[in-house]
Design a protein around this ligand. Structure first.
Ligand code: NCD
Length: 389
């Protein structure tokens, strides 16, 4: 209809690129909310596999809802771009203005400091602008009963890319696959499902920090804490096994948690099924919930990735009370850890890492946060088609 303004992209080039890698899949199930009945395929949809490669065109205008979209060569492209972003910020004391006419919609239905602020700064470092919507705030249309899909579709009329966090597992996959969206949506955490951009910055940090290990020795990574509800560890375990041909070495994944907070079966199955041979990836569980089990799980580990017990995910206060404070990484425990290893945490921490560990050279969690901005600058540059300055 001539003269009618449309929200969808009218740029033919942009439209054909979008068609080429459309994420729609009308046969996918509606959003699951319970982890007990959840499988990896349900969480990540069926069309969200291996779509993001070393070809920048595959990233352009594409949403990112799961780490299962990224191939090994896609990781290389992303990490090379992240290194360029780091140099840009460090050398110029800022970025550049390649996003000067671009606007990011930052839409959060759950609390966030690091993810929302690092995305906002990533956008601004490259000359872009940001609008922020507190999904639970008084100005949110969800208060009037609007669907998430409608809210995002409207915001896409004004902006170029959306960063979205939501409390219901699978919701973001659902609107990307089934909604009528025209612009990229980046999953900033969906309930206890995935947190792909966090896993990417975590892996970037691991790759950046582990030069002390011999190239052919298996990489030993211990994931500690609330592995049941922690979306960061779900994404990281899946990403690590997918990254094997990028890392070019065997992997040992150790899951250390209290018995009630073990790594979900669907994640363990994903890891087992993805690895081409059982010698390439080993999964080990340490679930006694004691300090001794932490010390065992840290033996010869290269990475200790600590997570918070996710208070907000428990139905009953007494279930949380039973496990809170189970693990506390302090200077005494660190004296039993290998001298060459790194300690990571997605933050925020409550009391699972004592502040006395912060001055330990093995503690890299604040560096990890800084890397988050570079990796998110690279993701934005790739999906907005501005990866070379
Ligand atoms: C994590 C999250 O929100 O999943 N934080 C983050 O994004 N940096 C971890 C957490 O909340 O414990």
């Amino acid at each position: 209809m001539a003269g009618v303004l449309q929200c969808n992209s009218n740029d033919p080039q942009q439209q054909s690129d979008k068609d080429m890698k459309t994420l729609k899949n009308n046969t996918s199930p509606s959003s699951p909310t319970s982890i007990q009945t959840t499988t990896s395929a349900m969480l990540t949809g069926t069309s969200l596999k291996d779509t993001l490669t070393s070809d920048p065109q595959t990233w352009y205008n594409s949403s990112l809802v799961s780490v299962t979209q990224i191939t090994s060569s896609g990781l290389k492209l992303l990490f090379d771009t992240s290194v360029q972003m780091r140099s840009l910020v460090k050398q110029n004391g800022g970025g550049d203005d390649r996003f000067r006419n671009k606007i990011l919609a930052s839409v959060f239905y759950e609390a966030s400091t690091r993810t929302s602020c690092s995305f906002q700064c990533a956008m601004m470092r490259l000359g872009g602008k940001v609008i922020h919507v507190d999904g639970n705030g008084n100005t949110s249309a969800s208060k009037k009963g609007e669907s998430l899909s409608d809210t995002i579709q409207c915001l896409q009329c004004y902006t170029d890319v959306t960063v979205l966090r939501h409390g219901t597992t699978g919701t973001i996959t659902d609107i990307v696959e089934n909604g009528r969206l025209s612009k990229p949506v980046l999953n900033a955490g969906d309930g206890i499902g995935e947190h792909p951009t966090q896993a990417l910055l975590d892996l970037f940090t691991i790759v950046d920090e582990i030069s002390f290990t011999a190239n052919d020795e298996p990489l030993v990574i211990t994931l500690l804490g609330d592995l049941k509800h922690g979306r960061t560890v779900h994404s990281l375990a899946k990403l690590l096994v997918r990254a094997q041909s990028y890392l070019k070495r065997p992997l040992v994944l150790r899951y250390c948690s209290p018995p009630s907070l073990v790594m979900p079966q669907h994640v363990q199955e994903y890891v087992a099924n993805f690895s081409s041979s059982t010698t390439d990836v080993k999964q080990e569980e340490y679930t006694s919930g004691t300090e001794e089990s932490v010390k065992k799980a840290m033996t010869k580990a290269h990475v200790l990735y600590v997570t918070r017990v996710q208070k907000e995910r428990f139905d009953k206060e007494q279930d949380y009370a039973a496990v809170k404070g189970t693990y506390k990484i302090n200077a005494e425990i660190m004296s039993h850890a290998p001298s060459k290893m790194i300690v990571m945490h997605p933050l925020p921490r409550v009391d699972e890492i004592h502040t006395e560990v912060d001055s330990d050279p093995r503690a890299v969690y604040f560096k990890q946060m800084e890397n988050g901005m570079y990796v998110r600058m690279a993701i934005l540059a790739l999906v907005l088609g501005n990866s070379s300055s």
